[in-house]
Ligand binder design. Structure first.
Ligand code: MG
Length: 385
């Protein structure tokens, strides 16, 4: 089901590199729509509702979760894909799946688990997202995982260390040869960054960790602030914040489309394989916007992610993750039976490395609130349930 309006360098069903286990083509959907549907029906997708990036889930119901983040990334990604005549269905599938492998407690959880796994091959959330869709989802009679297309899996694996890439065959090759994924994967990458920079800013303001005055040091914020104040001098509060942020997102998306269009016209790849062979991505901001994007990232790193209240959450998250990993690694009998079985299966293949991987799979799959409750049950003397 190829739309006639797709560009020659867009991904399409006919040129897909296919699935690991071959299946009959869907009757009324494209292959990438089928991928998207399988992702939305997965249990890892549902758990995104109770996982966070910066703020711990129970800090407040108004903050983004990984689920709402993934939806925001998908809508930005689809708008860009459509404007560039790229495959919107594939972009949607990649964006909805891109965070499936995230641990509880965002970056803090991932860092803690990576430390726990240092002697056993480490822990990378991008690789874990791929592991979720390839191995861990347990839903279909004919195969393990979701059996997604190569193109969706390629997009999910955003980054990967070289030693891991070497074990992934075709999918890992680009990390060894420093080449590119398809354009839909490139869109998903940047849509992710646009979404999280802007919503972290919004959530940071909402939590009172950063202020509008501070943000006016950023040219990208100050410019929109001035425009809004000029047109709506009485506007204040949340409405002012939203109006500024939606203008920032719009400016970034418009720049991304215009600049990518320009690069695509200049390079004129004949097909997706020519895109893959390039050493630079074709989807990207123009230089001025790229600099503003980096400045926004720097601001968030310094003023929000290092804020003492965020660091307190990070500190606690780190401890919860380490304690849980330790407990299950040293005493796998504390695991529910199906996870004990997973430990035994991986242990039989790879000894301690396998045991550690199985425990990491279990801990990484938890939601923030589940990890906190389980930590309480295991470590607080008052709770014996
Ligand atoms: Mg993300």
């Amino acid at each position: 089901m190829t739309s006639p309006t797709l560009a020659p360098y867009a991904a399409c069903d006919e040129r897909s590199r296919g699935r690991r286990f071959s299946e009959a083509a869907p009757a009324y959907r494209s292959e990438f729509q089928r991928d998207r549907d399988r992702i939305v029906h997965s249990s890892a997708f549902r758990r995104l509702e109770y996982k966070t990036q910066v703020f711990v889930n129970h800090e407040g119901d108004m903050f983004r979760t990984r689920l709402t983040h993934s939806l925001e990334v998908a809508q930005i990604g689809r708008a860009v894909a459509r404007a560039l005549r790229l495959n919107e269905d594939l972009t949607e599938a990649i964006t909805l799946a891109h965070d499936l492998g995230h641990t509880p407690f965002g970056h803090a959880g991932q860092d803690a688990l990576n430390e726990c796994m240092a002697a056993y091959g480490g822990f990378e959330h991008n690789l874990q997202s791929l592991r979720v869709v390839d191995e861990l989802e347990d839903r279909y009679a004919e195969f393990r995982g979701l059996n997604l297309t190569f193109e969706t899996r390629e997009g999910i694996l955003k980054h990967c260390a070289r030693d891991h890439a070497a074990t992934l065959g075709d999918l890992g090759r680009r990390f060894l040869s420093s080449t590119q994924p398809g354009l839909e994967a490139q869109i998903a990458n940047i849509a992710d960054a646009i979404a999280y920079n802007n919503h972290d800013l919004d959530d940071g303001l909402r939590a009172g960790l950063i202020s509008i005055e501070q943000l006016c040091e950023l040219p990208s914020f100050e410019r929109e602030y001035q425009v809004v104040m000029e047109n709506h001098p009485k506007l204040g509060g949340r409405r002012l914040v939203h109006e500024i942020i939606r203008r920032m997102i719009n400016r970034q998306v418009v720049d991304l489309i215009a600049n990518s269009q320009h690069r695509l016209a200049e390079t004129a790849p004949a097909n997706v394989d020519e895109v893959r062979a390039l050493s630079r991505p074709l989807i990207g901001f123009g230089e001025a916007q790229a600099e503003e994007h980096r400045a926004l990232k720097r601001f968030l790193r310094q003023e929000l992610y290092q804020h003492y209240r965020v660091l307190r959450m990070t500190f606690k998250a780190h401890k919860v993750m380490k304690d849980l990993f330790e407990a299950f690694f040293t005493t796998p009998r504390l695991l529910p039976p199906e996870h004990q079985q997973h430990v035994r299966a991986l242990e039989a293949q790879a000894g301690d490395h396998g045991r550690a991987r199985a425990v990491a799979d279990y801990v990484a799959g938890m939601t923030d609130r589940y990890a906190i409750a389980l930590h309480g049950r295991l470590f607080e003397p008052g709770e014996l349930t």
